[in-house]
Design a protein around this ligand. Structure first.
Ligand SMILES: Cc1cc2nc3c(=O)[nH]c(=O)nc-3n(C[C@H](O)[C@H](O)[C@H](O)COP(=O)(O)OP(=O)(O)OC[C@H]3O[C@@H](n4cnc5c(N)ncnc54)[C@H](O)[C@@H]3O)c2cc1C
Length: 389
């Protein structure tokens, strides 16, 4: 496959010289692990102590990885990216909420985003996180097969209603809805609920998309089972394929509680599993749509190559590539330049509420060997090309 991702002129065409310098500085900082560790602790403390650090966070990590504090703030970014062929998925990234009002507010946000998406071609999907709509504990308890008490059952009915309200609105407005995956010990109940939504709303085409974390060794078999059920039930499947973001938590919990970790033995096994799922889904596009959420170049090239071999046109509406805003622009913008469907998740929300998301990004960039180094090498190449060095 032609190595299109090496083109940094296309990759960073939206970045001014100063934005390029800022991105370089930022990745340089988060490549230093002790700095991220100390920075994370200091930031958590400062937020709890109400110290005035929001300005500092905004002008550094926040502006790089987020579109703004509300959806309107994100519009200029959405517009600019769409001019280069890159679509947006507005991600209300407020996490770890615990009460009914906050869950309702999160649902209202997603409903509003579906209205946005209906009006704007630049937003092809809505997205939400299951624990944005209900307490983690409820998903976990049901997943263990335990009965809920009367109060919990009432709470759970609200969770189901929130899922249903969003998926129904997605269907009515022809806006697909991506549902994120989280820790494995709450995922079973998410899967049950999302599968029920697919049965209800994916009769004609995939509107509801679940997420498969391919670092789990059981997910390929799960995908095949779901495929068999969908054939019998005559509905479509939509899946976002990712490798998975909770590796450390998963392995630590499994060790602590003494069960076999659900995670693949090593990175190579995860890679093989991810690529096998890409292939399986492409072989079955008659009843499936694929959203490949990855920053991995080889998996992205593989998907391009398989599409080519199968005669699937670059902009086939059943195949999407996805990256996160602030990361892997070399993949997103070069793919869009070749006419592929690409969407970037744009997180937004009040600064203190998106901190868990930002910390995950900083830690991920620190811990995954290669990713930060790759961003730095590409930014540096572009700085040289622009004669900024
Ligand atoms: C658009 C988009 C949406 C996303 N949505 C979700 C979501 O809903 N849920 C979610 O959990 N994550 C989500 N992610 C994050 C994703 O799961 C990955 O953490 C992240 O993208 C890094 O993986 P990669 O494929 O980009 O690349 P790579 O850098 O090639 O892979 C890194 C990943 O490989 C896996 N890995 C690393 N080391 C090992 C090891 N020793 N053994 C086994 N596996 C290993 C881990 O999953 C790690 O994150 C999303 C990512 C994107 C781009």
């Amino acid at each position: 496959m032609n190595r299109i991702f090496d083109n940094t002129e296309i990759a960073f065409s939206l970045k001014s010289d100063s934005e390029l310098e800022r991105a370089y500085f930022l990745f340089k900082m988060i490549s230093i692990e002790p700095l991220v560790r100390i920075g994370t602790a200091a930031t958590n403390f400062a937020i709890k102590a109400h110290l005035p650090i929001e300005g500092l966070i905004r002008s550094t990590v926040f502006d790089h990885f987020c579109g703004g504090v509300n959806e309107e703030d994100c519009l200029p970014v959405i517009d600019k990216m769409y001019q280069k062929g890159v679509s947006s998925v507005l991600d209300y990234s407020v996490e770890a909420k615990e009460n009914e009002n906050e869950f309702d507010a999160a649902m209202e946000k997603v409903l509003k985003i579906i209205d946005f998406a209906k009006a704007l071609d630049a937003i092809p999907f809505a997205v939400f996180k299951p624990t944005g709509f209900g307490r983690f504990y409820l998903f976990e308890k049901l997943g263990r097969g335990e009965a809920l008490n009367a109060d919990e059952q009432e709470e759970w009915n609200n969770v189901v209603n929130r899922f249903d309200t969003v998926c129904k609105k997605g269907k009515e407005n022809d806006v697909a809805v991506l549902i994120d995956a989280e820790e494995s010990w709450m995922q079973d109940e998410t899967d049950n609920l999302v599968t029920a939504m697919m049965k209800k709303y994916n009769q004609e085409k995939p509107i509801v998309f679940n997420t498969l974390q391919m670092y789990r060794h059981d997910r390929l078999a799960f995908l095949k089972d779901q495929h068999n059920d969908a054939k019998v039930g005559k509905y479509h499947l939509g899946y976002k394929l990712v490798r998975g973001a909770y590796l450390e938590n998963e392995n630590e919990r499994a060790e602590e509680k003494g069960y076999k970790s659900p995670i693949c033995k090593n990175k190579a096994e995860t890679d093989a599993n991810f690529n096998a799922a890409v292939k399986y889904m492409l072989d079955n596009l008659d009843c499936m749509s694929l959203f490949a959420g990855t920053h991995n170049e080889e998996s992205s090239y593989l998907l391009m190559q398989l599409m080519n071999e199968k005669g699937i046109v670059n902009n086939d509406e059943r195949v999407w590539f996805g990256q996160l805003y602030g990361m892997s622009d070399h993949i997103s913008f070069n793919l869009a330049n070749k006419g592929y469907n690409v969407a970037k998740y744009i997180p937004f929300g009040p600064v203190k509420d998106v901190m868990p998301y930002l910390i995950r990004r900083a830690e991920e960039n620190t811990s995954i060997a290669g990713q930060t180094g790759r961003e730095l090498a590409l930014l540096s190449k572009e700085k040289k090309r622009r004669k900024l060095l």
